[in-house]
Design a protein around this ligand. Structure first.
Ligand code: HAM
Length: 416
């Protein structure tokens, strides 16, 4: 029979790699709690319309990458390709804007995109991200960007570059889009079929195209930076001055438009240079119009998300110390009831204990203790039990001795 394997672009995560995941998750929660973020968990699937309305119909994500299906009730649902839209939806639906303060959310979890799998790019991948609502000052943008940057440094990820841009607002962007459309129109036949459609529907998305010919042509197109309105320009200057005060270096990238339609003003990415891997470690920006677009009030928003697989790929070898356990072996099956009780007692005292039942022969059990990489093996035999003793064996030096049963707990505690 043919073996069933995991779907393309997905990965099983298990021991010992899972220790690095846990470590990363704990560091995320620890670091960002100092900014007042609180964790939020939203469903893994949402009504498809949530994403088409927020991310935008003409984006690569909505056009090509969504896992969309019709459920048995005839609803169109989509596995979340990102989480900003879901967090906004949850905040509006649960009226969190009136109930919580500060409105700072943090999430960790899987996202789904029908992307072409390669190193650092998967179809099920994990993001951690933060979202802040109702705070407008450009220094907040600077603080958020700095926190993302500093977090990568605490993980030991160096050689990164911070790219920033302003993608304008509903005042200045439409004027720019007209200019952009006109300029792109002049090269229409040279663009790929997708970009030709984007010229009519949403010309900003031409900058996301990965086709080399289109990327070349995009360099010739007018840039949004030249068309920013006074408020957007002032905001952008404010962000840069905040970053300067914090001593964060950045490069202005006028072609950084971030692939998702909801951004307004600040857009940023941190890229890293790991060979052969996808280099965007994290990205984010301001999305002041999104909450209104999804049926909430005039509340501003800003956030970022990082790809956790990519962080792990760029983190220097972080060996996790694994707590080694205690293995309980028995001379014969008669000592199994005593093993059962001792295992429970030691676990209640906080020890990690492995015991297996129905295994005949001490030799076999000792081999299993070795394979389980136990630090200590306790051996229960008929005579030891009768005399109120237990044999203890240190697996590192193979030294074996007998101790009083009542001395066992203090002895084990001393071994740590
Ligand atoms: P994004 O740039 O689409 O932004 O994704 C953020 C990060 O997720 C990327 O920089 C990358 O590290 C990771 N990522 C994206 N696709 C994949 C993939 N197929 N495999 C592995 N990692 C991937 C957003 O998702 C926005 N929601 C960020 C945001 C939050 N903006 C404001 N708030």
């Amino acid at each position: 029979m043919e073996k069933i394997i995991a779907p393309k672009g997905t990965k099983d995560i298990f021991h010992p790699d899972i220790l690095q995941w846990r470590n990363l998750e704990e560091r995320i929660l620890g670091f960002f709690s100092s900014y007042g973020y609180r964790e939020i968990r939203t469903p893994l699937f949402e009504h498809s319309e949530l994403f088409s309305r927020s991310i935008g119909d003409e984006t690569e994500v909505v056009q090509k990458e969504m896992y969309t299906f019709v459920d048995k009730g005839g609803r169109s649902l989509t596995l979340r390709p990102e989480n900003t839209a879901s967090v906004v939806r949850a905040a509006i639906e649960n009226q969190l804007f009136n109930r919580l303060s500060p409105l700072r959310f943090l999430y960790i979890g899987p996202m789904f995109r029908y992307d072409k799998p390669q190193k650092g790019r998967y179809r099920q991948f994990h993001q951690f991200g933060v979202e802040i609502f109702g705070e407008d000052h450009p220094f907040l943008d600077a603080e958020l960007i700095e926190s993302a940057h500093r977090f990568l440094t605490t993980l030991g990820i160096r050689n990164t570059e911070l790219l920033i841009n302003s993608v304008g607002c509903p005042v200045c962007r439409p004027l720019y889009l007209d200019r952009l459309r006109q300029a792109a129109e002049g090269h229409r036949p040279d663009f790929c079929a997708d970009c030709q459609r984007k010229i009519d529907k949403n010309p900003l998305r031409i900058f996301d195209c990965k086709v080399p010919g289109c990327r070349e042509l995009a360099r010739e197109l007018p840039l949004l930076g030249e068309e920013l309105c006074d408020e957007c320009r002032e905001h952008h200057e404010g962000v840069k001055s905040g970053l300067d005060s914090l001593g964060v270096s950045y490069r202005e990238d006028p072609m950084l438009v971030r692939g998702l339609d909801y951004y307004q003003r600040t857009a940023f990415e941190i890229v890293g240079g790991h060979e052969g891997a996808q280099n965007a470690l994290l990205g984010g920006g301001r999305y002041n119009g999104l909450i209104r677009e999804l049926g909430g009030g005039d509340v501003s928003g800003i956030g970022f998300a990082a790809g956790m697989e990519r962080l792990l790929l760029h983190m220097p070898g972080n060996e996790q110390r694994e707590e080694k356990g205690i293995y309980i072996a028995y001379q014969s099956l008669e000592q199994m009831p005593e093993t059962l009780k001792m295992a429970r007692e030691l676990r209640e005292e906080g020890f990690t204990v492995l015991s297996e039942y129905g295994v005949k022969g001490l030799k076999k059990l000792m081999k299993r203790a070795d394979r389980a990489a136990a630090a200590i093996t306790l051996i229960l035999g008929e005579e030891e039990i009768a005399a109120g003793r237990v044999t203890v064996k240190s697996m590192s030096d193979q030294k074996q001795s007998q101790i009083e049963r009542k001395e066992l707990l203090p002895w084990l505690r001393k071994q740590n």
